[in-house]
Ligand binder design. Structure first.
Ligand SMILES: NC(=O)c1ccc[n+]([C@@H]2O[C@H](COP(=O)([O-])OP(=O)(O)OC[C@H]3O[C@@H](n4cnc5c(N)ncnc54)[C@H](O)[C@@H]3O)[C@@H](O)[C@H]2O)c1
Length: 437
């Protein structure tokens, strides 16, 4: 097996760049600021609270991940971003109504100091939003250059020596990769020609990759998920990952489905519906934007259940996903699931899940973990698609020819084994020696 490279130490400050400073981004920033003051716990974050077993069970070595892997500390983080509304992080967090005054007031000044840079925005990709805090430039190639300048200036202004980006912008309308997305040369030409198939999120991703800034995509739109971006990320030695944070309903799905499959219980249908009332819900109320999300949410079951291997159990699953915009709920989404399962001799049973979740509360720790792990990946000289971070995504990007791994438990094992490998520890197989003694 290839030997890992020596990891560069996380000295100095790390700038976390957030294209899109709405509910998720501001909840993430606020959480980091509160946690480092000791005013709240970073619950849900593997990097902050998770442990990793090393060696044999009898060795009793189970450090916290943050004490084992050389990750940037919360105190070393700085924050910057872009949005098409000029609200500061404080104003945006107040509008989002995720966190209460109890959590926002102690960090008001720090949040108020975070003012978004002007966005690159093409309204045809997000029809429900009409912002004014936007850049104008003759071509999409010029937009890339503007963003690159922003990145360099922000790194300098915040006294950082490196940066990492996590897309927290709105979900763009559904498109599939085409010729313009196929090679670096075609994409660069497309930027110059203002090709309509190049969306704003792709322009952010491209600018980051050009600057060697790792880029993770929290939304389901393509952004960095096309051949030209894979190629550029390898050329510039930059890690990429995505897409679509795995939070509420899909998190539940990838916890439950592997369990049903492990026990060889059958599935006839899985109906999922959501109500949510935040700005994300409003954007997803447009059918073209919902389509992007739907594709991302639907892929999960098929890959976990493998109907081709288990036709009698999963050969005919009816899977439906709905999202309904319902303003009174705000960010406190409700996700219902009805599972029609089958047991011994084909007898039917049902499972109902009613998850009263909080979207941004579930997404914020993912932003933190991705920022820290993507930065670690870069310092470990990893480049291209970071499949070991599939754990965090509904629709993990995978190299061509491979299917994505959706099972949360396999994803977790892959993540931890990658950390063990990176740091020269034995991989854990869970195979015991006791059978041979
Ligand atoms: N919260 C979750 O559980 C969750 C899970 C998976 C994915 N996501 C995705 O994460 C993203 C953020 O979610 P949110 O709840 O914070 O949404 P939000 O609407 O509160 O925030 C998105 C922000 O992005 C800005 N934006 C849109 N296009 C932009 C552009 N081109 N440049 C700069 N800013 C831009 C918007 O003005 C808005 O402020 C969405 O795409 C959502 O689908 C969220």
């Amino acid at each position: 097996m290839k030997q890992p490279e020596k990891i560069i130490k996380p000295t100095g400050k790390l700038l976390v760049l957030l294209p899109g400073m709405g509910a998720v981004a501001t909840t993430f920033i606020a959480g980091c600021l509160l946690a480092r003051k000791g005013l709240a716990q970073p619950i849900g974050s593997l990097t902050q609270l998770g442990t990793i077993r090393l060696g044999k069970r009898t060795d009793n070595r189970t450090p916290r991940i943050k004490d084992f892997a050389p990750l940037a500390e919360l105190d070393q983080l700085e924050f910057a971003g872009w949005d098409l509304f000029p609200d500061t992080a404080y104003e945006s967090a107040v509008n989002a109504e995720v966190l209460t005054a109890k959590h926002l007031e102690p960090i008001k000044d720090e949040l108020d100091a975070i003012k978004p840079m002007k966005a690159v925005f093409y309204p045809e990709y997000v029809k429900r939003l009409h912002g004014t805090h936007v850049k104008s430039a003759p071509t999409k190639a010029d937009m890339v250059e503007e963003l690159r300048k922003d990145i360099r200036e922000a790194i300098k202004a915040h006294g950082c020596d490196r940066a990492v980006a996590v897309w927290c912008g709105s979900t763009e309308t559904y498109i599939e990769a085409s010729d313009v997305h196929n090679t670096v040369a075609a994409f660069e030409q497309g930027l110059k020609d203002n090709h309509p198939g190049i969306s704003a999120s792709m322009i952010y991703a491209w600018a980051c990759l050009k600057e060697g800034v790792p880029y993770a995509n929290g939304a389901p739109n393509l952004s960095n998920d096309f051949n030209a971006a894979y190629e550029l990320s390898k050329e510039t030695g930059t890690p990429i990952s995505g897409k679509d944070f795995k939070t509420g309903q899909t998190l539940m799905k990838t916890i439950l489905a592997p369990g049903l499959k492990a026990r060889m219980l059958g599935l006839q249908g899985w109906f999922s519906t959501n109500i949510l009332g935040n700005r994300d819900g409003e954007v997803l109320d447009d059918p073209d934007n919902f389509k992007t999300k739907e594709v991302s949410k639907l892929g999960v079951l098929e890959h976990i259940l493998q109907p081709d291997l288990y036709p009698e159990l999963y050969g005919n699953v009816y899977h439906k996903v709905r999202i309904n915009y319902y303003p009174p709920r705000g960010d406190a989404k409700e996700g219902w699931d009805n599972l029609d399962i089958t047991g011994w001799l084909g007898y039917p049973m049902q499972i109902k899940v009613d998850f009263l979740c909080r979207d941004s509360i579930l997404a914020a720790p993912i932003v933190l973990d991705l920022a820290l792990f993507m930065d670690l990946a870069k310092r470990a000289k990893f480049r291209g698609i970071q499949e070991w971070l599939s754990f965090y995504f509904k629709s993990p990007i995978t190299p061509e020819g491979l299917y994505p791994e959706h099972d949360l438990f396999i994803q977790s094992m892959k993540l931890k084994n990658t950390l063990r490998w990176m740091l020269g520890e034995e991989l854990i197989t869970h195979l015991g020696n006791e059978y041979y003694d």
